[in-house]
Ligand binder design. Sequence first.
Ligand SMILES: Cc1cc2nc3c(=O)[nH]c(=O)nc-3n(C[C@H](O)[C@H](O)[C@H](O)COP(=O)(O)OP(=O)(O)OC[C@H]3O[C@@H](n4cnc5c(N)ncnc54)[C@H](O)[C@@H]3O)c2cc1C
Length: 589
Amino acid sequence: MERVVSSATHVDNATDADRVNAWLAKFEPALCGGDRAALEALFVDDCHWRDLLAFTWTITPQVGLKNVVAGLLAAQRRAQARNFEIAKGRTAPRRVKRGGVEVIEAIFGFETATGRGHGLLRLPLAQPEKAWVFSTSLDEIKGYEEPTYGRRPMGNAYSRDGGDNWAVRRAKEQAFADREPTVLIIGAGQSGLSTAARLRMLGIEALCVDRNVRVGDNWRLRYDSLALHNQVSLNHMAYMPFPPHWPKYLPKDMLGTFLEHYAAVMECNVWMETTFVSAEYDDAGGHWNARVRRADGSERMLRPKHILFANGIVGRPNRPKLPGLEDFKGTVMHSHDFREGAAWKDKNALVLGVGNSGHDIAQDLQSRGANVKLIQRGSITVFSVKAAALQHTVYYDEGLPTEDSDLIVSAATYPLAVRNAQMATQRMLEIDKELLAGLEAKGFKLDIGEDGTGYMLKVRRIHSGYYLNCGASELIVSGKIGLIQYEDIDRFVADGALMKDGRVEKADLLVMATGYQNQQVVVRELLGNEVADKVGPVWGLDAEGELKNMYKPTAQKGLWFIGSGLQQARIWSRVIALQIKAREIGLIS
Ligand SMILES: Cc1cc2nc3c(=O)[nH]c(=O)nc-3n(C[C@H](O)[C@H](O)[C@H](O)COP(=O)(O)OP(=O)(O)OC[C@H]3O[C@@H](n4cnc5c(N)ncnc54)[C@H](O)[C@@H]3O)c2cc1C
């Protein structure tokens, strides 16, 4: 497990920086001179390199000495990376324990022929002349630096030069009456907005369309009791962190309000009540013909060069066919449509599905006085939010700037992620020992993933199959929320679920917390079979352990995907924006 600073943090800092400097001083000539033997002498056998754009213009992990060195040498021909040095103004080299290994961890800066970046270096204390983990991330493209801080615009153009003032300019920008957006972003949730903000900083015109009425509805419209399951330090939006007094676990409406302000303040172009209907790629023209439907029913054909799906990586709610459900006389709804449970006081409710939504909804119904039972279809991973926070926020609780924590997080190749998750899972099992024993005693089926990586790798592999406990597990243990195993149900009948032992579990309400269709289904519906087949599945792991089609070029020119939590939106929006910018200025095709 990756874990925080050893007690020796303060010790020997000068020496640690010297060691990092010594490593970088050998690395640069070896890399620039194409000296394979010298490079091989600088890495341990089980070494890892993850490149985010800087060398390879995509997300490239390499594992093992031969692969890392071969990959570096091959990419260096184009990258021409140089000027490696300990990064100024960033977290200084320090001793930490990562994945059970004592290391000197350092952030370094460098440039390439076309950009500037930062990377992470870990030198094992046992062998500090060699690197164990090395990463390289592109921050900016030369000549296209973001107009922030020292590069702020004067602002005269917005008010004093006789032209349109800021408000009029913004209204015109938003309208896209006489021009086309370069990027059409489907969805104005955190993923779409973060990318729109990043693209704006790079001078790329983007338009977010969203079928909801107000920005932030992606959160507001979820069930009333929803608060984030991970902490605020992990979740800040790009450029605009949450206010310092905001709670650790943000309630969904607060987040919705923030997103609405974010869109306005970051000058994101957004068309709400606008549905993306379909698009076809025009190979000859090098753009999409994309149809969007506005609130009044009118349609507009847009011609963006890029389409970014920021639609939540899911499609319509999954509504599995359940035996006898047509006979059930109670109310059936998907978790997507559930708001709050007050109407079900003193009524019997069944909730099918034991993921986060199923648990949250059962807890809400129970707190409103309903008699509620969860129906479990398969085993899942359960950990308390307290135990999970140790893993979630591991880098984000070290008091580092968010950008440094982001760099540390994104250095992990898949094998490192597996190793970290396995170690973290063992720790969480220990922390949650009593809770898990209580659940098992109630017949709750638990697992920790096929390789002991717990919920963390389930997120990457299947995007489901876990619950981070915010209180529902205790209610199951105490019997306040009942538990039924799906295989014990024979079928649904008029007044509930007929069990195989002949009893009827009475129900007035059945909530299906059964998840959503996957993104490939959505792509097929909106972009057609040819594109869906060419691109293949979205999300899940590819052969390198990276997410399929996420945050990097797809097999369809001009088609990109982003989605998931707030941390991912912050980190990957920059990766996508830089890739699009590089194409727009002809750095890559
Ligand atoms: C119950 C629940 C709890 C969660 N808790 C957490 C948590 O604690 N921490 C965390 O980091 N993440 C959490 N997540 C995961 C993730 O952060 C959210 O799903 C988040 O909303 C994803 O943001 P997004 O911007 O990628 O997509 P979404 O928020 O899903 O936004 C997609 C937007 O696209 C729009 N859209 C989709 N299709 C179209 C179309 N064809 N035309 C126009 N508009 C369209 C939708 O209206 C929507 O507004 C949770 C998710 C759920 C469901």
